[in-house]
Design a protein around this ligand. Structure first.
Ligand code: ZN
Length: 296
């Protein structure tokens, strides 16, 4: 009887090799046998990484994508009164960049605002007089990240706030390079929520100051901003985190409007934070988490 610990790792012609999680190799003669398995078979790509003196195994074939797709139309997530994303074929005379309409290729213009239309990563250039681009500021793309889940406190005026105490309690003695903040409630509606004029939860100044003091360089959050929606232009948490303008931390980033599914547990992950190479304060981004298992 085959047990459900097997995972397909390679196929060579009619032969298939499978592997136990304990790394014992098993060979199966016929692929038709594999196809009859009553469970999901998937590839593995185990990478061993060493970080701050500790070794971990990471399966690069099991990404946890925490970005929200950038889709055209009103169903996409939206904030800051941004127009919806438009993706439309180029037209030149009789020619149209749409195969369905007779064009030779699909060739579309995309109109969007990185801050208002989906998952994006920004650098200090978002709040600075000087021009800093995310492409210049984000120079490495893998970080050890701590995923935490926070139920914001409700204040007398109805604001929902994330405090220093929340962050402190969740982190304990951990000092990750990145912090991924999932707020409650965490329904799928975050994938297409329209945030404008809803006063979403936010980090108070002391929480951002604490993240700075902990030496955390990358903040990821499932809200449109780390600051209050209407704050008179102060952006206190942005300023505290980037220490702008007195001690500006150019390498630091904030990623907003992520979505972390409920079946992903809090804990330590390898984060791959990728952007498009925009010379702009922000870019659409694709943060991806990988489980890290302590290696022997
Ligand atoms: Zn933003």
């Amino acid at each position: 009887m085959v047990c459900c610990h097997f995972e397909l790792v390679e196929k060579h012609g009619e032969e298939t090799f499978v592997q136990r999680t304990q790394y014992k190799w098993i060979k199966i003669v016929s692929n038709s046998f594999v196809n009859s398995f009553p469970f999901v078979i998937r590839n593995q790509m185990i990478s061993k990484i060493t970080h701050k003196g500790k070794s971990y195994n990471v399966d690069l074939a099991k990404p946890i994508d925490i970005s929200i797709p950038l889709r055209a139309g009103e169903q996409n997530v939206n904030a800051w009164y941004s127009p919806p994303v438009k993706i439309e074929p180029v037209r030149m005379g009789d020619w149209i960049g749409d195969v369905k309409q007779g064009g030779s290729v699909n060739f579309r213009n995309v109109f969007f605002n990185p801050h208002g239309n989906g998952t994006h990563t920004e650098c200090v250039g978002h709040i600075s007089k000087e021009d800093y681009s995310i492409n210049q500021c984000l120079k490495t793309f893998f970080f050890v990240a701590e995923l935490i889940t926070i139920l914001p406190d409700e204040t007398a005026n109805g604001d929902k706030i994330i405090t220093k105490q929340h962050i402190e309690n969740c982190l304990g003695d951990k000092r990750p390079e990145a912090i991924v903040i999932r707020t409650l409630d965490n329904s799928l509606s975050k994938m297409n929520k329209h945030y404008s004029n809803t006063n979403p939860p936010y980090l108070i100044y002391e929480a951002a100051e604490y993240i700075d003091a902990m030496g955390i360089d990358h903040v990821l959050i499932d809200l449109p901003s780390v600051d209050k929606e209407v704050d008179g232009g102060k952006l206190a948490a942005h300023h505290a985190f980037w220490q702008y303008p007195h001690n500006t931390k150019l390498n630091r980033t904030i990623t907003e409007m992520i979505y972390v599914p409920n079946n992903v547990f809090d804990g330590t992950y390898l984060l791959n934070l990728q952007i498009a190479s925009f010379e702009n304060d922000a870019s659409p981004s694709k943060p991806v988490l990988y489980q890290m298992n302590t290696a022997l």
